[in-house]
Design a protein. Structure first.
Length: 202
């Protein structure tokens, strides 16, 4: 694809670096932005810049937040008795979209994957153990993807928490093995959360 403008080409290259965005789709987006008011485009650019400059992790659960404590952790209507452990922010949002969970979350920031060089020390697991020790919840839900990495991470966490008097459960396998939570439809994910089962180390 040959461009008549280096500026347009640079914009297309930038947008096509996003997942699922090819050159043609990126070009359509660039053409759309070119026809929008300058103030609107500046607002979009500012919103993207703030993702890197003003966003940080919640001190409690580890999800992305504008404040030190995210809105879910600071919500007095959410119960502290149940902690739902998820891989990342997108999985948290997927569960929130079901409107079936009223507890708190804990975001790991990934899954144990030796082949990718990701070990337990690279994840937010120690903070989870500290939360369980300090907050004494009645249940920890392991809402992780049904993959080898997800199962490995669940097993490791369950071993770390087995000395505490807390029920450890995992979401029901209404989700297909190998499936990623963020791509599961809301009904299936909601039912899986409601029909969770006790997690067993054996």
């Amino acid at each position: 694809m040959q461009f008549t403008s280096q500026i347009v080409e640079n914009a297309v290259d930038a947008l096509s670096s996003f997942p699922g965005i090819g050159k043609r789709t990126a070009l359509r987006l660039v053409m759309h932005l070119m026809n929008r008011p300058e103030q609107e485009v500046a607002h979009i650019a500012d919103a993207l810049i703030k993702l890197k400059t003003e966003l940080h992790l919640c001190d409690s659960c580890g999800t992305v937040s504008d404040q030190k404590i995210c809105t879910i952790c600071s919500d007095p209507k959410r119960t502290e008795d149940i902690i739902c452990v998820v891989e990342d922010f997108s999985d948290l949002m997927a569960i929130e979209s079901t409107a079936q969970f009223k507890g708190r979350y804990h975001v790991l920031g990934g899954l144990i994957s030796p082949i990718d060089g990701v070990g337990p020390g690279d994840l937010n697991i120690n903070n989870l153990v500290e939360r369980v020790e300090q907050q004494n919840p009645t249940e920890v839900i392991l809402a992780l993807s049904a993959t080898v990495e997800g199962d490995t991470t669940m097993y490791y966490i369950a071993k770390k928490l087995q000395s505490f008097s807390v029920e450890i459960s995992n979401i029901a396998r209404g989700i297909s093995v190998g499936g990623e939570l963020e791509y599961v439809d809301e009904v299936t994910l909601g039912r899986s959360l409601l029909q969770r089962t006790t997690y067993s180390l054996t």
